[in-house]
Design a protein around this ligand. Structure first.
Ligand SMILES: Cc1cc2nc3c(=O)[nH]c(=O)nc-3n(C[C@H](O)[C@H](O)[C@H](O)COP(=O)(O)OP(=O)(O)OC[C@H]3O[C@@H](n4cnc5c(N)ncnc54)[C@H](O)[C@@H]3O)c2cc1C
Length: 455
C-alpha cells in the first residue's frame, strides 16, 4: 500500500502546526502515480519585496484567483504555495465534478432565502460548471473525463422515503434528474445498500491532478507568478493598511491579500478568520484493478459516480483502469490520518456496500490518503472580505471541485472592487464557531451520533 508514512515530516494538522512544512511531497495518491502532469515553471528561490496582490494557497481557488487577476485585470499577482502547486485537496480529491457546493439543497435554500435565491444559486452553479468545462478543454487529456452522471443512493430501505421527497423537490429545479427505483437501479449497481437512487446525468468524474495542473498552466501563461514551497509563516497587518507576509524566501509587503488556503488554513494565520471553519479529514482508498468476475458481481457499469445517504457518506467510482476508488470520513486529528485503522474503516464500508468483494476487502488497498476539507458552521461557503485589504474564499464543506473554479474568480473580482451577485455566498462572513477550541470534541460527538443514527 502507498501511504504517507514515508513522508519526512508529520502529517500537517491546521489546528496544531503554524503552517505546512514546505518539504512535503504530494500525497501518495493514485493520481500522483498514474498521471502525466505538466506543471508550469514555478519559482522557489525568491519573492519580491513588494506586491500589489498576493494569493496564499495554490489549489483550485488560489490558482483561479491568480488566473482571473492576471488574465482579466492584467494585475501583477504573486501566488505563494506552501508546497508543490496543488498540494492540498486540489491534487488528492475523488474527482466528483458536480454543480453544487456546501450541503444545502435547492429546497433548503428556497426555505432559507426564498425561491428567487434558490434559482439564482442554480445559475451560479451552472456558471461554475461552465468554467470547469473551460479548464477541461485546456487540458490535452480532457481531465480523463468519465461522463456517467452521479447516483445518490438510498443505503437502506428506511432512507428511500426521504430520498424520494428530496427528488420531488429537486426535480422542480433540475427536471433532467431521474428517479431510479430498486429494479432499474439494480441494472447499474448490485449492492444490498442500493435501495433507490436519484441520477444526476450531467455530473462526471475527472482526474483532479490534471485539473490542478491545467489551471496552473493557464495562470502562469496569463502572467501570474507562482511560487512553490513558500509557506506564509507569520503575518503582520501594518498601520498603513498594507499586509506584511513573512516566508522562508523573504518578506513581501502587499496592498491586498487573498486567503485561498481553505481546509489547510493554519489556525492562527490571521485573526480575522480564526475559528470560522472546521478542518475535517476526508480519506480515500484505491484498490487493485477489479477482475472481470468481481466487476460483474458488483454490476458497476464503469462511469457513474456514487454517493450514499448516510450522515457520514461513503462515495465511490470505478476508475478508467478498473480500480475502485472508495472514500469517506477520515481520522479526526492529523497525527492519526495515516493509521491503518482508517483504511480498515473504509474497507469495512466497501465490504458492507459490496459483500461480493469480500476477498478484495481482505487485501490492503493499493493506495490510501487523506486531506483537509473546510466545513462551515452553517453548511455553505463564503467569499468575502474579513478585514480591509484581505479577501477569502473558504468553507466548501467537501464539495469544491466545481465551485472553487468560480469561487477563485469571484474572490479575485471582489479584491478588484467589483460587486458580486447578490447571493448568500457573497453577502456575509463565515460564522464564528462557538468555543472554537472545542471544535474537535464537537466533531467526535457528531461522528458518534452519526454512526449510531445511520449505520
Ligand atoms: C479525500 C478528498 C476527496 C474529495 N473529493 C471531492 C470530490 O470528489 N468532489 C468535490 O467537489 N470535492 C472534493 N473534495 C474537496 C475539494 O478537493 C476541495 O473543496 C477543493 O480542492 C478546495 O480547493 P482549494 O484551492 O480551495 O483548497 P486546497 O486545494 O486545499 O488548497 C489550499 C492550499 O493552501 C496551501 N496553504 C495552506 N497554508 C498555507 C500557508 N501558510 N502559506 C502558503 N500556502 C498555504 C496548502 O498547501 C494548500 O495547497 C475532496 C477533498 C478530499 C480531501
Amino acid at each position: 500500500m502507498q501511504h504517507a508514512s514515508s513522508q519526512p515530516s508529520a502529517f500537517y494538522d491546521p489546528l496544531h502546526h503554524p503552517y505546512p512544512d514546505p518539504q512535503q511531497p504530494h500525497a501518495p495518491s493514485y493520481w500522483q502515480q498514474h498521471s502525466s502532469t505538466q506543471w508550469p515553471v514555478t519559482s522557489h528561490s525568491s519573492i519580491p519585496a513588494q506586491a500589489e496582490l498576493v494569493v496564499i494557497g495554490g489549489g483550485y481557488s488560489g490558482l483561479n484567483a491568480a488566473l482571473e487577476l492576471a488574465e482579466r485585470y492584467q494585475q501583477q499577482v504573486l501566488l505563494l504555495e506552501a508546497n508543490h502547486i496543488g498540494w492540498g485537496c486540489s491534487s488528492r480529491n475523488a474527482g466528483f465534478a458536480m454543480p453544487s457546493t456546501g450541503r444545502l439543497s435547492y429546497a433548503a435554500w428556497a426555505q432559507r432565502a426564498g425561491e428567487a435565491t434558490a434559482r439564482a444559486i442554480q445559475v451560479e452553479y451552472a456558471a461554475a460548471f461552465e468554467r470547469l468545462q473551460g479548464h477541461l478543454h485546456a487540458c490535452p487529456e480532457q481531465l480523463q473525463q468519465q461522463p456517467g452522471g452521479y447516483l445518490k443512493i438510498a443505503h437502506s430501505a428506511k432512507a428511500v422515503a426521504l430520498l424520494a421527497k428530496q427528488f420531488t423537490a429537486l426535480h422542480h429545479y433540475e427536471p433532467q434528474t431521474r428517479w431510479l427505483a430498486q429494479a432499474p437501479l439494480a441494472e447499474l449497481i448490485n449492492s444490498p445498500q442500493a435501495h433507490a437512487a436519484i441520477h444526476f446525468p450531467h455530473s462526471y468524474g475527472l482526474n483532479p491532478l490534471l485539473l490542478a495542473s491545467s489551471v496552473a498552466r493557464q495562470a502562469a501563461a496569463a502572467g501570474a507568478q507562482l511560487v512553490s514551497h513558500c509557506p506564509v509563516q507569520h503575518w503582520q497587518s501594518l498601520a498603513d493598511g498594507r499586509q506584511q507576509l513573512h516566508t522562508p524566501l523573504g518578506t513581501v509587503t502587499a496592498n491586498k491579500v487573498i486567503i485561498a488556503s481553505n481546509g489547510y488554513t493554519p489556525n492562527h494565520l490571521h485573526a480575522s478568520i480564526h475559528g470560522r471553519s472546521l478542518p475535517v479529514l476526508s480519506s480515500v482508498l484505491v484498490t487493485r484493478p477489479l477482475r472481470a468476475d468481481e466487476r460483474a458481481a458488483c454490476g458497476l457499469s464503469g462511469d457513474q459516480l456514487v454517493m450514499d445517504t448516510r450522515a457520514l457518506k461513503y462515495y465511490f467510482r470505478l476508475l478508467p483502469d478498473g480500480r475502485l476508488l472508495f472514500g469517506g470520513r477520515g481520522a479526526i486529528r492529523g497525527k492519526d490520518a495515516n493509521k491503518a485503522l482508517y483504511a480498515q474503516h473504509l474497507l469495512a464500508g466497501l465490504a458492507t456496500t459490496f459483500p461480493q468483494l469480500a476477498s478484495l476487502c481482505a487485501e490492503p488497498p493499493e493506495y490510501f490518503w487523506s486531506g483537509w476539507v473546510s466545513v462551515a458552521l452553517d453548511d455553505y461557503p463564503r467569499i468575502y472580505s474579513p478585514a480591509a485589504g484581505i479577501y477569502t474564499s473558504m468553507g466548501y464543506c467537501g464539495a469544491g471541485v466545481t465551485f472553487s473554479q468560480l469561487a477563485g474568480a469571484r474572490v479575485a473580482q471582489l479584491a478588484m472592487g467589483e460587486k458580486l451577485p447578490e447571493l448568500p455566498f457573497y453577502q456575509s462572513a463565515l460564522p464564528r464557531i462557538p468555543l472554537p477550541q472545542l471544535r474537535r470534541l464537537g466533531q467526535w460527538a457528531y461522528y458518534q451520533w452519526a454512526r449510531w443514527q445511520h449505520n
